[in-house]
Ligand binder design. Structure first.
Ligand code: NAP
Length: 285
């Protein structure tokens, strides 16, 4: 049972976590913190949190578990704001989409990585953001990856594991560089493709005609281009190396399709499309 949970960043992920833990009866009191008073008041109205404050240092006072659910670029300033007010035995965790960058930010603020800091990342989300988009079932049946470090306290790790299990998530542990590479491939690269495609088409002269005739395939492929631009700017900057490796590889593969089209090489195109269809069908099954 979490006695007092402090969620800094009561948006889609932080809000959904609060709702899920409340629904599971796993928490006594939830304090929400952020920059905007109106957003936090709305979170109270929606019964996502019990109390709120825009004073981050006050927010963490007396909390036994503190969750950082802000965009990656805000992790370091938020840590700096709460560092001296965290309870000695409070557990600190985060939900950031790139893990080495958060670990570096925490280390920069605390000097050494605190033993009671447990880096985490729920592999769940939608293209929407803010507390209005939060819902308690977001993590049910989804994976949460924890990337504990050598100095991570085993009890703190267990606390964070249990917290996520109470939302219905399946918790896994992973080495941090592996996490960042896997997520660059499965999440960060697809978002780049969706943003690039929509941006490219939206700047064509006959874009109105193009969007008028866009059908289900376009909608499916581009849904994630509606995601929050600030969050995605931060992810690109935070996971730049792994993302650049994937982008280079993708560019090479796209060029080989282009090359096959230039050469009118139907066999080569069929081979690529069949291989991709087989892989995707297997993944969906
Ligand atoms: P979100 O809905 O936009 O929520 C972000 C929250 O952070 C908002 O409540 C915002 O409230 C607050 N915030 C922003 N900057 C702040 C600052 N400097 N100080 C204090 N509070 C601040 O975003 P989200 O989708 O929940 O993403 C949050 C984190 O989860 C990110 O690190 C992201 O990488 C990670 N994540 C996202 C997904 C996804 O699919 N969305 C999935 C997994 C992990 P105010 O504007 O009121 O300050």
């Amino acid at each position: 049972m979490i006695r007092r949970l402090c969620v800094i960043g009561t948006g889609l992920i932080g809000g959904s976590l609060a709702l899920a833990l409340r629904r599971a009866g796993a928490v006594e009191e939830i304090i929400g913190a952020g920059r905007d008073e109106a957003h936090l008041r709305r979170a109270v109205e929606l019964d996502v949190i019990d109390r709120h404050t825009t004073d981050l240092a006050r927010a963490v006072l007396g909390a036994d578990l503190v969750v950082l659910a802000v965009p990656l670029g805000a992790m370091q300033p938020v840590c700096a704001a709460v560092r001296d007010k965290l309870d000695g035995d409070a557990v600190l965790t985060d939900v950031g989409s790139a893990k080495q960058a958060v670990i570096d930010a925490v280390q920069a603020v605390f000097g050494a990585l605190p033993a009671r800091f447990v880096p985490g990342h729920p592999i769940a989300g939608t293209e929407r953001s803010g507390v209005e988009a939060a819902f308690p079932g977001l993590f049910r049946g989804r994976r949460v990856i924890l990337t504990p470090q050598a100095q991570t306290d085993s009890k703190a790790l267990q606390t964070v594991r249990t917290m996520w299990e109470q939302t219905g998530a399946v918790v896994e542990e992973m080495e941090v560089a592996h996490h960042d590479r896997v997520l660059a491939a499965t999440s960060h690269l697809p978002h780049m493709l969706a943003f690039a495609l929509v941006d490219s088409l939206s700047r064509l002269g006959d874009r109105h005609e193009i969007f008028r005739f866009a059908a289900g395939g376009f909608r499916d492929f581009t849904r994630i281009a509606s995601s929050d631009p600030v969050m995605w700017r931060d992810i690109c900057l935070a996971n730049a190396e792994a993302l650049l490796t994937m982008m280079a590889r993708y560019r090479t593969d796209l060029e080989s399709i282009e090359d096959a089209v230039v050469r009118r090489d139907g066999e080569q195109l069929l081979e690529i499309f069949r291989r991709a269809k087989k892989a995707r069908d297997r993944f969906v099954a």
